[in-house]
Design a protein around this ligand. Structure first.
Ligand code: NCD
Length: 326
């Protein structure tokens, strides 16, 4: 049995700000996290789903933007590893009294934390914090930029249901322009050898797709029959500064995964969504409840994936033998 002993310093992964941080060979970096996740899925299924791997470590959540899944998932992951957790709510903190981000970070670090999980409406804030902080920094979503743990849990969920991602056809549908999930997922899916097609009206695509390893389509109906994973995104209206679609009704008519469209997917195809879903807009209510819609699996796997990430960042650098000393 492998004994997991927390090191006084970080593991070999220093921060997780983007998918590229997983290593010079992104695919092996992702696979390493996914293999470790298998062990934490096993822990999560135990009667007492807790191991002492990060006892004595402190993980603080610093969320400047709303979140249900990501925040609770990181907190659960840290607790299952026996780390202490601190929660910072911007609305009730001294940020409201004008305290700067840098002073906020210094204050938190003075209390002795080991990892900072940060979500912010502006791209680059986690990187800025990582430059100031001694703690490990995990990006839980920054503006339109990246959301690396979402990409990892999505890779894990696809692998769990369909096996290897290599050669799989993945359609990412919807508001790609404002989506950090899309950016991290394109990087991760393509690193693992999947072929990604972005399906959206031109106004909801990024201003430039130069360097994106993707195909583009404006016709969802024609893409679906050759799709293994249909990954839907919410209209992120809080990030839109202008009217980019004529109306939600028209968007649903053209790009929504209606029941008729879902029937065009092959029988084995998965329907995925990072949440929060807007039923009746990008996905029909009944489609979200079909057995091939794995949205709840994504949430469940999110906890184990984040346990793996926290362990890699804060745990010892020992070779992983697949068992955890309970
Ligand atoms: C996403 C996010 O906040 O980036 N949700 C999530 O973390 N699961 C997607 C969204 O807000 O639409």
């Amino acid at each position: 049995m492998t004994r997991v002993v927390a090191n006084p310093r970080h593991g070999d992964l220093r921060n997780l700000l983007s998918v590229a941080d997983l290593g010079p060979d992104v695919a092996s970096g992702i696979n390493r996290v996914l293999t470790l996740t298998d062990s934490f899925v096993e822990v999560s299924e135990r009667a007492i789903p807790k191991v002492p791997a990060l006892k004595g470590r402190t993980v603080v959540s610093l969320f400047f933007e709303d979140s249900t899944r990501t925040r609770l998932s990181f907190e659960t992951a840290a607790k299952r590893l026996s780390a202490d957790t601190m929660n910072f709510s911007v609305g009730t903190s001294s940020v409201k009294k004008g305290e700067s981000l840098r002073d906020t970070i210094e204050t938190i670090e003075a209390m002795g934390v080991d990892a900072i999980v940060v979500r912010h409406a502006s791209a680059g804030v986690p990187l800025q914090i990582a430059q100031w902080a001694n703690s490990a920094v995990i990006n839980a979503g920054d503006g339109w930029h990246e959301h690396p743990t979402q990409a990892l849990l999505d890779c894990y969920t696809i692998r769990q249901n369909l096996g290897d991602l290599a050669g799989r056809q993945i359609a990412i549908v919807g508001d790609i322009r404002h989506s950090r999930v899309a950016r991290s997922n394109v990087a991760a899916f393509s690193a693992l050898g999947a072929e990604v097609t972005l399906v959206a009206p031109p106004t909801l695509l990024p201003p430039s797709l130069e360097g994106w390893p993707v195909k583009v389509s404006h016709d969802l109906d024609s893409v679906l029959a050759n799709t293994d994973v249909c990954y839907l995104l919410r209209m992120q209206r809080e990030r839109m500064t202008e009217a980019l679609i004529p109306s939600l009704r028209e968007y649903t008519a053209t790009y929504g995964l209606t029941e008729r469209r879902a029937d065009l997917l092959p029988g084995h195809a998965l329907v995925m969504h990072p949440g929060p879903m807007n039923r009746g807009v990008e996905i029909a209510a009944n489609v979200a409840d079909r057995p091939n819609a794995v949205v709840i699996d994504q949430v469940r796997n999110g906890v184990a994936v984040r346990m793996a990430v926290l362990f890699l960042l804060l745990g010892s650098g020992i070779e992983w033998g697949g068992e955890i000393d309970a």
